[in-house]
Ligand binder design. Structure first.
Ligand code: NAD
Length: 296
């Protein structure tokens, strides 16, 4: 069993670390939040006082942090992971961050003789607790092979997306599809209502026709057709509109630096900005249908 350092024990990192503990690994964790640390120690983890302490002596270091700037600091600065990790350690960053930061941190780790993968997830807090996350992994093949058995303790689908940063690239491309398709499906239901077309009828037809997609069949934004979708519980998240906006902004940043044209991605980011600015960032992202309906 590996000695694992885990930094960032929040909504996602907390349950992920708990699954590593359940699998029998010894996990030493650090977070800036005392509450997060308390939940982690209750689950059987050992508390570290600093990033350096969590990293030193670990065979594997996992991070689950809010954004690129936190990842750059926690890995790259004085007292950070790269400076303190033992020779040959494996570093796994599962935060969702910009591709550029992921590649910069990975290059720094590699220059220090460390293996690193970016391994952002989809599956949300429910998937983190159940150990059923999907990991989209970027990094050298040897780093991916080393990370796989650890990631398998926290997730179900572990996919190698290519070299450093490609895990993040896969995540933002996927979530750009998701944001755009949720708006498309929502607009179709708004139009159907206006035209007097029954919602269930639209669902039955489109779910087996060319309009079929995950936003319709697994996460339908109107109550009724898919009993498990957040629409049936007043759009309680799930995956918040704020998280969706974060990922759409990352996609727009990447489109701008790479020169890709993503006009619908830009429109989706603008619509989710409006929705979040109206005070709905904590609502499930499928709740955007309410704004499109013109009711709020
Ligand atoms: P969170 O805010 O609950 O957790 C982040 C944790 O990092 C916090 O506990 C915070 O105290 C800690 N932290 C921040 N800076 C730190 C530092 N310098 N040192 C140590 N700890 C530090 O966020 P979350 O929901 O767990 O999300 C984490 C990452 O996962 C984000 O990048 C997010 O985009 C991604 N993600 C979240 C979800 C979701 O549904 N919540 C789904 C997929 C991906």
């Amino acid at each position: 069993m590996a000695a694992i350092g885990f930094i960032g024990l929040g909504n996602m990192g907390g349950p992920m670390a708990a699954n590593l503990l359940k699998a029998g690994h010894s996990v030493t964790g650090f977070d800036l939040s005392a509450d997060a640390i308390a939940r982690f120690t209750e689950a059987g983890g050992r508390k570290a006082a600093t990033v350096a302490e969590a990293a030193a002596g670990a065979d594997v270091v996992v991070t689950m942090l809010p954004a690129g700037r936190h990842v750059r600091t926690v890995y790259g600065e004085e007292g950070g992971i790269i400076e303190n990790a033992k020779a040959g350690a494996l570093l796994i960053d599962s935060s969702t961050i910009d591709v550029e930061s992921a590649r910069a941190v990975s290059a720094k780790a590699e220059a220090a003789g460390l293996k690193m993968v970016d391994a952002p997830v989809s599956g949300g807090v429910g998937g983190a607790a159940a150990g059923t996350l999907t990991f989209m992994v970027g990094g050298a093949p040897e780093a991916f092979e080393a990370a796989k058995p650890i990631l398998e303790k926290m997730g179900r689908n572990i996919v190698h997306a290519g070299g450093p940063g490609n895990g993040q690239a896969a995540k933002i491309c996927n979530n750009m599809i998701l944001g755009i398709s949720m708006i498309a499906v929502s607009e179709a239901f708004v139009l159907a209502d206006r035209l007097g077309l029954d919602r269930q009828k639209l669902f039955d037809i489109s779910s087996t026709a060319s309009g079929q997609c995950w936003s319709l069949t697994s996460y339908c934004p109107v109550p009724g057709p898919v009993p498990t979708s957040p629409a049936n519980r007043d759009y309680q998240a799930g995956f918040t509109a704020g998280m969706m906006l974060k990922d759409l902004k990352l996609a727009q940043e990447a489109a701008s630096t790479s020169g890709a044209a993503t006009p619908l991605g830009a429109e989706a980011a603008a619509l989710y900005s409006l929705f979040c600015n109206a005070g709905h960032d904590g609502v499930d992202f499928s709740g955007i249908i309410r704004m499109l309906r013109g009711k709020e």
